[in-house]
Design a protein around this ligand. Sequence first.
Ligand SMILES: O=P(O)(O)OC[C@H]1O[C@H](OP(=O)(O)OP(=O)(O)O)[C@H](O)[C@@H]1O
Ligand SMILES: Nc1nc2[nH]cnc2c(=O)[nH]1
Length: 181
Amino acid sequence: MLNEIKQVQQTALLLHSEEEVEQAIDNMATEINTMLGDRNPVLLCAMNGGLVTTGKLLTRLNFPLTVDAINASRYRDEIRGGEIKWLLKPATPLKDRTVLIVDDILDEGYTMEALFEFCQQQGASSIYTAVLIDKKLEQAKPISADFVGLEVEDHYLFGYGMDYKGYLRNAAGIYACKESS
Ligand SMILES: O=P(O)(O)OC[C@H]1O[C@H](OP(=O)(O)OP(=O)(O)O)[C@H](O)[C@@H]1O
Ligand SMILES: Nc1nc2[nH]cnc2c(=O)[nH]1
């Protein structure tokens, strides 16, 4: 397994450097500070992929907020999406709260749609969505994100929270796996 991971890492294409991604996160934070500064939101970190983006955003946000986690996964260790499996629901009551769901990537959009619907069912008063990456696809998505860091072509990506078979989430850049489109 580790040989495969090293091979994927070595042959991957760097699409966005660490500097570019950090700038994109700065820009997202500026927008979120403007839009949600007086809303006392709860940030929901969409685990596991949303971990890096949530952490990087958090210290750039300059207003009162609380944080919790949510996890509905549909890829697990595959590079094609399947059925949504709920792994974690937030402990924080969402009723009458403003919610900001933070994830690494909006790909086909089914994961974010499921997270959004869950927050609606819990009675959130308003729900915003933030993703580091919005993948450009030919087909329409069931949901769009309110805050987007970067738009990226259709490859299987890793880095900044995004994994390849559970690994490479810690890569400090946005990489495309070779021959993944
Ligand atoms: O827009 P979609 O096509 O639904 O895909 C996006 C989702 O896929 C990844 O999650 P994954 O299920 O791989 O779990 P992970 O966060 O643990 O990596 C990613 O973190 C998003 O949540
Ligand atoms: N790591 C990773 N997870 C995803 N989930 C949906 N699309 C992707 C992708 O391109 N990379």
